[in-house]
Design a protein around this ligand. Structure first.
Ligand SMILES: Nc1ncnc2c1ncn2[C@@H]1O[C@H](COP(=O)(O)OP(=O)(O)OP(=O)(O)O)[C@@H](O)[C@H]1O
Length: 224
């Protein structure tokens, strides 16, 4: 990544686009604190993450490209483990788990082992773990991967609800339709450089498609 500068407001949903290898996952890993930048700063609510990594753990929910699950634990045990890691216990732990089970429609599967879940169910469990502590910033790497059309629509609804509650969301995707359906801002990376960063008004699918292909195919800088 070079000269990357991005900011996100409370309640905004930012879609991060780019061809394979453009740097989307690297950017999200930096924001989530899983990678350390060689230089630069990352702030959340005025605080420097790199100086206060504990702040990042409390305020960010991260779903990496492949949800990191333990095959021998059930869905409920995953949520308990994530909650305990963040200091939850007793009734608070159970309530937080119940809330995300309901939001991700996983109640009926709570006792199922992660190792036997379908890909889409694994993805929903990964999202449930990322959401458990009600993060102020949700960082999602291709969250619609492996979801069926019903769940894709449910995910859009969930992200809009979270944004309305004040959560900031940054998500990467290969689906331009996902961006136009749910994002109010779009950023496009190309070869580690941010080439476009602009609000996305409704009904702008054709314009977004043109901008994306101009950057992806010609490598031309587009005015944001
Ligand atoms: N740990 C690493 N060390 C060296 N290079 C890396 C490392 N991780 C990623 N890269 C390289 O950085 C570039 C960006 O990778 P990244 O995974 O961020 O792309 P992406 O936009 O998420 O791609 P995709 O759409 O294929 O998932 C790629 O060329 C990749 O090979």
């Amino acid at each position: 990544m070079r000269d990357l500068s991005l900011s996100l407001e409370t309640g905004q949903i930012l879609g991060l686009l780019g061809v394979n290898g453009a740097g989307k996952s690297t950017t999200l890993s930096l924001i989530a604190g899983a990678l350390m930048p060689d230089s630069g700063t990352i702030h959340l609510q005025g605080q420097d993450f790199l100086e206060h990594p504990e702040l990042a753990r409390q305020t960010i929910g991260w779903l990496p490209e492949a949800a990191p699950l333990w095959p021998e634990l059930t869905i409920r045990e995953h949520l308990d483990a994530h909650g305990r890691l963040r200091g939850f216990s007793g009734a608070r732990l159970k309530q937080a788990g119940d809330a995300v089970l309901e939001r991700l429609e996983l109640q009926d599967l709570s006792q199922r082992l992660a190792g036997v879940l379908s890909q889409g169910q694994r993805q929903r469990l990964g999202l449930a773990c990322a959401l458990l502590h009600r993060p102020a910033l949700l960082v999602l790497d291709e969250p619609a991967n492996a979801l069926d059309p019903v769940q894709v629509v449910a995910l859009r609804k969930l992200l809009r609800e979270l944004a309305a509650e004040g959560t900031a969301v940054i998500l990467s995707t290969h689906q331009l339709t996902e961006v136009t359906a749910v994002c109010d801002r779009v950023a496009i990376l190309h070869e580690g450089v941010l080439r476009h960063d602009a609000p996305l008004p409704p009904d702008q699918h054709a314009a977004l498609e043109k901008t994306f292909f101009d950057i992806a195919m010609n490598g031309r800088a587009q005015a944001a």
